[in-house]
Design a protein around this ligand. Structure first.
Ligand code: ADP
Ligand code: MG
Length: 356
């Protein structure tokens, strides 16, 4: 009888889990569920914008990001210099999101023979331009060949005083939800570039029509990391209770803070800061403008919470918007529309695992 059962089991194909059904974050959770921390100086491992490692009075912040051709960038409209700049900036942004100061980075390349040395010179010119601007030392990396395309991996170290570090997990009920700069333009910039790319594909003699979209395209091709926010807040005497950088879209990042802090939130749609022309362009693309901010991503602004008692200190500061507040977890995560409707916030950010 046992024999028979075993035979039957052997014939049954094990059901394999597709990456699409897990999603990016489900996959990360699954792969890291057996991770053990062996060293007490590892103050924070997986789960924030950077790992936090004890170094006496200071902590070291450690983060890494991978950019893959065809997934994260398209060389049809992404100049190599911009690509290098952006690869560095997205890492610097993760250090800024911990309220730290970026210090050293490594750059690793997997590159196919399709690329010339001159193209990679340009890539490095962009990387070094960001290193110069943000005062980061390029201290190493790795170079290897690739069957197809270009893959860039950047890792970064940053530093902060132990009591300065801000995690995703510190938001409390009643805290104000704030964001730097404006949102949604990087996504609209991408749509403009994609539209001109399709024009270009139809008729290679057509020149892409990119004038007039400088802000949106600049936000997509040459984002900046908000390392200035740390000093701005120190000057105001405000320490955020939680913080994250907006790489995937406002909705997804709000949900990360809510989940890790075990709170809910009320986000006011009308308070989401957006460039006026970006709003107009969103409508042209038949997108509700706030959706470009909620789901678009790649703006690399900082989303953070501050205690309600800091309201006076922060309310009139240029370039910072108060967009809502945190609630009890049981109240859920909601966006309040201008006409007072409450809509549950869902993450529709870039999900690299879906539909591929
Ligand atoms: P970010 O958008 O800030 O770069 P991610 O969303 O990529 O962060 O990652 C979320 C967390 O999961 C981070 O702490 C990151 O270090 C960790 N992580 C992502 N991928 C892996 C992996 N393959 N193995 C271990 N940890 C991972
Ligand atoms: Mg991040």
């Amino acid at each position: 009888m046992y024999e028979k059962k075993d035979k039957k089991n052997a014939e049954e194909k094990p059901r394999l889990t597709s990456l699409a059904e897990l999603g990016e974050f489900g996959l990360i959770d699954r792969l890291t569920r057996n991770v053990e921390i062996y060293h007490p100086e590892t103050l924070r491992g997986i789960g924030d914008d950077a790992a936090v490692i004890d170094a006496g009075d200071d902590v070291m912040l450690f983060s890494t990001d991978l950019l893959v051709e065809g997934i994260h960038f398209d060389l049809t409209y992404m100049p190599f210099k911009h690509l290098g700049y952006k690869a560095a900036v997205v890492n610097i942004s993760d250090i800024a999101a911990m309220n730290g100061v970026p210090r050293q980075m490594t750059v690793s390349l997997a590159v196919s023979s399709r690329f010339s040395a001159e193209a990679l010179d340009e890539l490095y010119a962009g990387i070094l331009m960001a290193c110069n601007k943000y005062r980061v030392d390029l201290v190493g990396g790795d170079t290897t060949s690739n069957v197809k395309g270009l893959t860039i991996s950047v890792s970064i170290l940053g530093v902060a005083k132990k009591d300065e570090v801000v995690y995703r997990s510190g938001a409390r009920q009643g805290d104000l939800l704030c964001v730097s700069g404006d949102l949604g333009s990087a996504y609209i910039g991408l749509l403009v570039l994609e539209r001109e790319k399709s024009v270009f594909h139809v008729d290679p003699n057509m020149q892409p029509e990119l004038s007039g979209f400088d802000y949106q395209i600049g936000r997509q091709l040459k984002p900046e990391a908000r390392t200035d926010i740390r000093n701005l807040l120190i000057g105001l005497g405000v320490k955020p209770t939680s913080m994250i950088d907006i790489s995937d879209g406002l909705a997804s990042e709000i949900l990360h803070i809510c989940k890790q802090s075990d709170v809910g939130c009320k986000l006011f749609e009308a308070k989401i800061p957006m460039d006026e022309y970006t709003r107009e362009l969103a409508k042209e693309y038949k997108i509700i403008p706030s959706v470009a901010a909620l789901s678009g991503g790649e703006d690399y602004e900082l989303l953070f919470t501050v205690p309600q008692t800091d309201y006076e200190k922060i309310r009139d500061v240029g370039g910072i918007s108060i967009i809502g507040h945190m609630t009890a977890a049981a109240e859920g995560k909601n966006m309040i529309t201008p006409d007072g409707k409450s809509i549950p916030i869902k993450a529709q950010g870039w999900d690299g695992m879906k539909d591929r």
